[in-house]
Design a protein around this ligand. Structure first.
Ligand SMILES: [Zn+2]
Length: 324
């Protein structure tokens, strides 16, 4: 990408992931430059705030002028003050992320959910550009999402709209989700969901070496690559994963009737291997809208979607202009 102009006013977007924090500098036209990234080794609130502050300092030092900072954080966020109400990844409950950063930086700070930020990024500069009804699904360790309805990012009454990961697709016999429910979409159609499928069907493949000596540490990419290479155990897991992904996608189509659903997150690196498998199954399960009318594509901003979207949020003065 081109460098952000030294003379223009930039915003900073920060993506808080489970294992790292990344800050980028972004121009008004979405071009980015100057990034700073730190690995998170201590999940405590104070330690993470310190890393975020360092990353923001690093990139702001490179800019002529910074007007605001946007932070995409996992969890449910109170958009009025930037408090993280609940973030299972960090085991945070009601932590004042916005206030802490405001005490360090003398500029507007806006906090939003990371997947909603990624949706904003993809809709403004990526796979959802110009799309009126758009859904982003991030398939990573978990499943996040966001909805653009009639051109507007949908927030809901407590900024939780788009939590597709926790709609139940197999409520009676599914995997147990990190949220405590049974059969959530996230437990079945995330990277860890693919591993769960591989573990669940392992007894049918007693000679399989797919999961090796440390089965709980096998990455989703390893299983997907083995499926692409024709490994029967991996293919069985992959087929169940695709079935469950299709089920959730068809539900989203029934609820939202979007023009485009973009698949992001680490698992989306499967590209056409995933799209070609899932599209016909979604069509089979789509009954009340024209089959194929919702285009299913791979998101285009990659790992930067969350940080770019956070910078967009900062530029527009928050995720919403009118809040309850
Ligand atoms: Zn859940």
């Amino acid at each position: 990408m081109a460098s952000a102009s030294k003379s223009g006013v930039s915003t900073i977007g920060v993506d808080l992931g489970g294992s790292h924090v990344t800050a980028i500098l972004a121009d008004e036209d979405g071009t980015t430059s100057h990034r700073s990234s730190y690995d998170i080794t201590d999940l405590s609130f104070g330690a993470v705030v310190k890393l975020m502050s360092s990353a923001i300092h690093d990139v702001s030092a490179k800019a002529a002028s910074v007007s605001a900072v946007g932070i995409g954080s996992p969890g449910n966020i109170d958009l009025r003050n930037g408090m993280v109400r609940y973030s299972p990844n960090f085991h945070w409950v009601n932590v004042p992320l916005g206030d802490e950063l405001r005490s360090v930086f003398d500029m507007p700070i806006f906090i939003g959910n990371d997947a909603r930020c990624a949706t904003l990024g993809e809709h403004t500069y990526g796979s959802g550009r110009g799309v009126k009804n758009f859904v982003l699904l991030t398939l990573g360790t978990g499943v996040g999402g966001g909805i653009v309805a009639e051109g507007t990012l949908l927030l809901g009454n407590s900024a939780a709209a788009g939590e597709f990961g926790h709609h139940q697709i197999r409520a009676t016999d599914g995997f147990i989700c990190g949220c405590g429910k049974i059969g959530c979409f996230e437990a079945h159609a995330s990277g860890t969901g693919l591993l769960r499928h591989a573990l669940a069907c392992a007894p049918s493949f007693p000679r399989s070496t797919l999961l090796g000596d440390k089965p709980y540490e096998v990455g989703s990419k390893t299983i997907r690559k083995a499926a692409e290479a024709g490994d029967s155990h991996a293919l069985a897991a992959w087929t169940r994963f695709i079935d469950d992904l299709a089920l959730g996608l068809a539900n989203i189509i029934a609820f939202m009737n979007p023009d485009v659903i973009a698949l992001g997150g680490g698992v989306s690196s499967a590209g056409d291997f995933m799209l070609n498998a899932v599209r016909p199954k979604v069509d089979e399960l789509t009954t009340m809208a024209p089959k194929g009318a919702a285009k299913i594509v791979i998101a285009s901003l990659g790992n930067d979607a969350g940080a770019i979207g956070a910078a967009v949020m900062a530029r527009r003065g928050g995720m919403a202009t009118s809040l309850p």
